[in-house]
Structures are given as structure tokens and as C-alpha cells.
Design a protein around this ligand. Structure first.
Ligand code: C5P
Length: 223
């Protein structure tokens, strides 16, 4: 039986990319590996939390979680998130900002040889974490900010605009941080200030982040 700092706390976590279908054989997506989210899922479980992992398509072994919900699109991820946002919600997924306006029933065919251009109509996807932040009772909300410039000001803007309790800011222009690498360098941004953590493996960072989140969650839950 677990006796970690988050024993009995229900954590819902999104991870990985989303895939936005264009037709039965094509999609729009991104390079998210899901590594950070999966490492967090494992670390939350190790801390005693009851973890519900909502995952986009990744090439990773399933971590030891209470429930693994596999989704493809942002709309599916949103529905899964709202179905059970938990006591603490962590949005680690790299959700596609836009999706094709229509999904063709059949494979889209090439135009004739005389036509070289093709225009794709896209529409905005829902902001999953912002929608979960509007659900009641509101979970303790943790989001990520992956930026290549003005990291801390964008992170603080996200904290306020999406009504989050904590933003984990990630400078993805660094060679030792972000997508598809095994290390990460982050700064925690919340209403009390900023806290930079040393660059380290995603596994060890996940453990440190879960401790930081657990402390803040307990303080928040007492209020
Ligand atoms: O606005 P931006 O995408 O940079 O915000 C990143 C944070 O918001 C991450 O925590 C990400 O998981 C979440 N997000 C989301 N739904 C979206 C876009 C981002 O949950 N459509």
C-alpha cells in the first residue's frame, strides 16, 4: 500500500501529441514524444496518486497508472479530460492548435498536373486545459509552457489567461530541453513567484516536479 505525499489524490494527466485527421490515411500532428508526460505519470503513481493518463499516440510502454485512456484528436482528448478532471489536472500534452475544417470520407486525390497549389482550411481546436479550468469543483491546475523566447512572461500570461495554478515553463530552443530529448530544464511559475530547477533527465525532473506539485497541492487543498 502506498503512503506517498499524494496518497488518495486523483491526478488526471494529458500527454503526447494529438493527431488531427485530414482523410482516412493522413493527419496533422507534431513531434511530441510523450516522454515528459509519461515520466510524470510514473512519478505521480510512485507518490501514491491515483493516476488517469489521457494519452495521444506515442511509442512508449504504458506506465503503471490506474487508468490509461488512449485518444487521437484534441476533441477526443477534451471529452476524456472533462469526463473526469480529478483533484489535480496536469496538461502535458502538445495539443494541435488547429485541425482540418473537414475530414474527407475518402482519400483526397491529387489535382491534375496543371495545378501545383493546394490550400488546406483549418479551424481552432478547443483549449483543453482552459476548459478543464472552468469545470467545478475546479481541480488544482498545472500547465506547461514550451517557448523559444520571452519564456517567463509568456508562462505568466498563460497562468492568468488559462486560470492555472502552476505553469512549468520550458525553453525548447535549448538543445538540452523540450521535444524528443531525454533531459529538460524548467522554471516553475505560480502566484508566489518563479523557481528555476537544474537541467536533468526527464525521469529525475518528473520526481522533482511531482514533489513541487504535491507541496503546492497540499497548501491549496488546505485553503
Ligand atoms: O497555449 P499553449 O499551447 O502554449 O499552452 C500550453 C499548455 O496548454 C499545455 O499545458 C498544454 O497541454 C495546454 N493546452 C491544452 N489544449 C490546447 C492547447 C494547449 O490543454 N488546445
Amino acid at each position: 500500500l502506498s503512503t506517498g505525499p499524494l496518497t488518495g489524490v486523483r491526478v488526471t494527466l494529458t500527454a503526447g501529441p494529438t493527431r488531427e485527421a485530414l482523410d482516412p490515411v493522413r493527419y496533422i500532428s507534431n513531434h511530441s514524444s510523450g516522454k515528459m508526460g509519461y515520466a510524470l505519470a510514473q512519478a505521480f503513481t510512485d507518490a501514491g496518486a491515483q493516476v488517469r493518463l489521457i494519452s495521444g499516440p506515442v511509442n512508449l510502454p504504458a506506465p503503471a497508472v490506474d487508468a490509461l485512456v488512449q485518444v487521437n484528436s484534441a476533441q477526443e482528448m477534451l471529452a476524456a479530460a472533462l469526463a473526469d478532471p480529478g483533484d489535480c489536472f496536469v496538461g502535458a500534452a502538445a495539443v494541435a492548435d488547429y485541425r482540418p475544417a473537414t475530414v474527407a470520407d475518402q482519400k483526397i486525390k491529387k489535382q491534375g498536373d496543371a495545378i501545383d497549389d493546394m490550400t488546406l482550411a483549418l479551424v481552432r481546436n478547443p483549449d483543453i486545459i482552459a476548459q478543464v479550468a472552468m469545470s467545478r469543483p475546479k481541480p488544482y491546475m498545472v500547465g506547461f509552457a514550451a517557448e523559444t523566447q520571452a519564456l517567463l512572461s509568456y508562462a505568466r500570461d498563460k497562468l492568468v489567461r488559462k486560470k492555472l495554478d502552476l505553469v512549468i515553463a520550458n525553453d525548447v530552443s535549448r538543445p538540452d530541453a523540450g521535444f524528443n530529448v531525454d533531459t529538460n530544464t524548467v522554471t516553475l511559475v505560480d502566484q508566489h513567484g518563479d523557481k528555476a530547477l537544474p537541467s536533468q533527465s526527464k525521469t529525475s525532473l518528473a520526481r522533482e516536479l511531482v514533489n513541487e506539485i504535491a507541496q503546492r497541492y497540499q497548501a491549496h487543498a488546505k485553503k
